[in-house]
Design a protein around this ligand. Structure first.
Ligand SMILES: [Zn+2]
Ligand SMILES: [Zn+2]
Length: 187
């Protein structure tokens, strides 16, 4: 019982503790998921609040569509495309199109609230988590997952020294097969 409570509690750290997944048929798992989603919600809300503040300071008008796009993006870790966002929200906005979603995303990108992950197939993915983190991309299904690693700033200085560039950022991705695709291929 004790360890179950401890597990439910440690579930607050959303990226760890995945081993509790099959715990005892349900109720502990429900508690864990609930506390996890509460913790995630609090983080998302704080981030949204900060983002709204920043937009206001930059004199950017907040519209219901913009708000919906920004909160959707901040509430997901899935790195959606403009099309994904459009499909998730189109029922709520009759005037919404993929193009308006994209234009609004550009506004957020310019304001430094969202980053665009461009790919050769012209299918950009968007991420509202501006903290320095890295991505793993599944070569089978295209899923993009976050992983954390100490920021590689020494690479930026090495590049500056060697090229004379004033380096502003870097992007690192690892490629492979995600957990679900691996599970499918094992069957
Ligand atoms: Zn996959
Ligand atoms: Zn990310």
């Amino acid at each position: 019982m004790h360890s179950a409570a401890a597990r439910a509690k440690s579930g607050l750290s959303p990226l760890t503790n995945r081993t509790t997944r099959t715990y005892n048929g349900g109720s502990q798992e429900e508690i864990r998921q609930k506390s996890e989603s509460l913790a995630v919600n609090a983080v998302v809300e704080a981030r949204l609040e900060q983002a709204l503040d920043k937009l206001k300071r930059n004199g950017i008008r907040m519209t219901p569509q913009r708000f919906a796009i920004l909160s959707y993006l901040q509430g997901t870790k899935s790195h959606p495309t403009a099309d994904d966002i459009y499909r998730a929200l189109e029922n709520r906005f009759s005037s919404m199109s993929v193009a308006t979603v994209y234009n609004n995303l550009k506004v957020f990108i310019d304001a430094g609230l969202v980053r665009e992950l461009t790919y050769g197939d012209q299918c950009s993915h968007f991420d509202a988590d501006m903290s320095t983190h890295y991505h793993a991309r599944c070569e089978r299904c295209g899923k993009i997952e976050d992983f954390s690693y100490p920021p590689l700033f020494h690479i930026e200085s090495a590049a500056e020294n060697e090229t004379g560039f004033a380096v502003t950022s870097h992007r690192l991705e690892v490629y492979g097969t995600c957990r679900s695709c691996r599970a499918i291929s094992q069957h």
